[in-house]
Design a protein around this ligand. Structure first.
Ligand code: ADP
Ligand code: MG
Length: 567
């Protein structure tokens, strides 16, 4: 029959609707993302069922698409799909109730939450989906016919307490959702959702990589006043990350990178991976060839975007990439998250933490491979991002080993070339235990430091570290490959203990100590304001004296940095 039946929303649904309508979401634009995502799911389901359900094999699935229709006079926006559709029972069950467990408790918490941000993050735990339509519409009409059934159903509601359903004939298979739009109101975040450019912008932002075409009829008036009508596809549908690696060309990767990064250069490295199992995701990451100008400013953002099944969720996803890898750009598409997942939930999600751990390992692994296979390209990448990577030596103790392998440093070994710690260790002299380094502002200052003299004279290689962050990590890192890092300017450096053939004999040492027995205490007393102790040293060859820090003292450069920061 075609009689209209009025049904009450389940109590919890009513509460949720009230929250949605009274704008817990500051970003109203997402309603379109939700409806397009539902339409896309419905198309997926129809295609799948047409392959597996013998009663649906006759259905033609070549024209599956999503259509957006604007009626300016009626002030309606319709999202239409020719997907699986719903039966009347489906509708009442899926749209009229919230079957998810824990809904009541969650709603309670949302009501008690003190501010909008908390409410938004709580509601993100299960998402509002279809109901988000009521953020922008004061009435919603949904018409649907399930594939394989003869008649359709019309559902209508103002989102208050009840909805109507009635059977209607002659509906095509699929679903249309018609929004009777509220007036645009910039204060309420309600844009003009009848505007073609606004619709294009939202689709591009959130639904560009949906696998089905999102089409819209457009009107163009040319210079002669001639109006033409065309149907445009608004989304690119090119979710490269979802395609097998073997089927994507380098040009496609580069183009995609440039699209998401707004960079005009090709990336230095592309990492494309897929994880299967309990938590499925795809990741397509890029290491740029050039650092952004603001890599070290506080405002700089991380470059990884989060998608859920091709729907854009957020930029700058800090839960997926640590700070020190903020220069990595790309996309992670996780299949099992809610579209409304919040940053806060992501931060605490065990599986997301697992994804992040894996991605970090992948990025560091890719850099390691580049270092081994293409040293020239690696040197360029290190020059751009080495400073950020060295922050990782302080931040990310889980990967100290891998990060130390990546470090390139200037060294006394070769004025033209940097060295890795591994290469340094391979050149170490017999009996040398520590990796020697000296920090300073410039290479020249380090090279001319009196601290270097004995090391140079004895032929020990010293790393020349001139980056302010070097001061920090060398202190935090215990050792590389079993060799501790030792500043040539700090503590006792007992060069004589090394078996290099020309050490002083014990007798010579004793003699010297006797010769200076009176001078040292006198110097220590005289200079007591300036130094802690004056002692004989084997580290100098031509200079008469030098100042040495305690093993745990702050170095002069760090001291300067701290002072500059007002500490
Ligand atoms: P979710 O998409 O997270 O399940 P929604 O509130 O967005 O939550 O949608 C609820 C359910 O309604 C969907 O799971 C789906 O079964 C059904 N539905 C919504 N829109 C459509 C549509 N266009 N075609 C078919 N079914 C739909
Ligand atoms: Mg949905």
């Amino acid at each position: 029959g075609s009689s209209v039946e009025t049904l009450e929303f389940q109590a919890e649904t009513r509460q949720l609707l009230r929250l949605v309508i009274h704008s817990i979401y500051s970003n109203k634009d997402i309603f379109l993302r939700e409806l397009i995502s539902n339409a896309s799911d419905a198309l997926d389901k129809l295609r799948l069922e047409s392959l597996t359900d013998s009663s649906l094999v006759d259905i033609d699935t070549t024209g599956l698409h999503i259509a957006l229709e604007v009626d300016k006079d009626a002030r309606t926006l319709t999202v239409r799909d020719n997907g699986i559709g719903m039966t009347r029972d489906d509708l009442v069950e899926l749209i009229g109730t919230i079957a998810k467990s824990g809904t009541a408790g969650l709603l309670e918490k949302i009501k008690e939450s003190k501010d909008a941000a908390t409410a938004e993050s709580l509601i993100g735990q299960f998402g509002v989906g279809f109901y988000s339509a009521f953020m922008v519409a004061d009435k919603v009409t949904l018409r649907t016919r399930r594939a394989g059934t003869d008649s359709g159903t019309e559902w209508e509601s103002d989102g208050e307490g009840s909805y109507t359903v009635q059977t209607v004939d002659n509906l095509p298979v699929g679903t249309s959702v018609t929004l009777h739009l509220k007036p645009a109101d910039s204060e309420d975040g309600l844009a003009d959702y009848l505007s073609e450019s606004k619709i294009r912008q939202i689709v591009k932002q959130y639904s560009d990589f949906i696998r089905w075409p999102v089409r819209m009829a457009t009107e163009r008036t040319d210079a002669e006043g001639e109006t033409t009508h065309e149907v445009d596809t608004l989304n690119s549908m090119k979710a490269l990350w979802a395609r097998p690696r073997a089927e994507v060309t380098e040009d496609e990767y580069n183009e995609f990178y440039q699209q998401i990064s707004h960079d005009w250069l090709a990336p230095a490295e592309t990492i494309h991976m897929r994880a299967e199992g309990t938590f499925e995701y795809e990741a397509l990451l890029f290491i740029p060839s050039q650092a952004p100008f603001d890599l070290f400013s506080r405002e700089t953002r991380r470059g990884v975007q989060l998608y859920v099944k091709r729907v854009f969720i957020m930029d700058d996803c800090e839960a997926l990439m640590p700070d020190y890898l903020r220069f990595v750009k790309g996309v992670v598409d996780a299949h099992d998250l809610s579209l409304n997942v919040s940053r806060e939930i992501l931060q605490h999600d065990r599986q997301i933490r697992g994804v992040r751990r894996r991605l970090v390992k992948k990025v560091l692994g890719a850099l390691k491979t580049m270092q081994a296979k293409d040293a020239e390209r690696y040197a360029k990448v290190w020059a751009q991002f080495g400073r950020a990577l060295k922050e990782g030596l302080v931040e990310d103790t889980d990967n100290t080993e891998a990060l130390l392998e990546l470090v390139s440093a200037a060294s006394t070994h070769d004025p033209e070339k940097t060295t890795t710690l591994r290469e340094y260790v391979e050149r170490m002299k017999d009996g040398q235990e520590a990796i020697y380094y000296l920090t300073g502002e410039t290479r020249a200052m380090v090279e001319n430091s009196p601290h270097m003299e004995a090391f140079a004279a004895k032929g020990y290689e010293v790393l020349i570290l001139t980056d302010p962050v070097d001061e920090v990590w060398v202190d935090r890192v215990p050792a590389f490959d079993g060799h501790r890092l030792q500043s040539v300017a700090k503590g006792q450096v007992d060069l004589d203990a090394s078996a290099d053939g020309d050490q002083d004999t014990d007798a010579e040492k004793a003699q010297r100590e006797q010769d200076f027995a009176a001078l040292l205490p006198w110097l220590t007393t005289t200079l007591s304001e300036q130094v802690k102790q004056v002692r004989l040293s084997s580290r100098l060859t031509t200079s008469a004296a030098c100042i040495v820090g305690d093993a745990h003292d702050v170095t002069p450069t760090l001291e300067k940095m701290y002072r500059a920061m007002g500490q």
